[in-house]
Design a protein around this ligand. Structure first.
Ligand code: FES
Length: 104
């Protein structure tokens, strides 16, 4: 039987459970919750960025357009590309608007 971890989204005062082989965003959605914004669910849009404050996790390949190496060192990840290895505490980490992105 696989382990279940408690995931706490601190700035939304929300919690959900995630199995050890499950991606954070997918687990959240499977429980009908939405503290983290959901987009492509495949690492392509960057909307699901979070910063992990506490806990251990494993990362699948992430697009450097959405998470730079410096971001990653600070614990910023795409929640659709992360698998927990312990209970996690995190907060949302919206991507700063790039100056060359249009609002349209
Ligand atoms: S939902 Fe698009 S990158 Fe995670």
């Amino acid at each position: 039987m696989s382990a279940r971890f408690e995931i706490t989204v601190e700035d939304k005062d929300a919690q959900f459970q995630c199995r050890e082989e499950q991606r954070l965003l997918h687990a959240m959605q499977a429980q009908g919750l939405a503290p983290i914004p959901v987009g492509c669910k495949g690492g392509g849009c960057g909307i699901c960025r979070v910063q992990i404050i506490q806990g251990e996790y494993e990362i699948r390949k992430m697009n450097r357009d959405h998470v730079t190496e410096e971001d990653e060192r600070k614990g910023i990840v795409l929640s659709c590309r992360v698998i927990p290895k312990s209970n996690l505490s995190l907060r949302l980490a919206p991507k700063p608007k790039a100056s060359n992105e249009s609002a349209a």
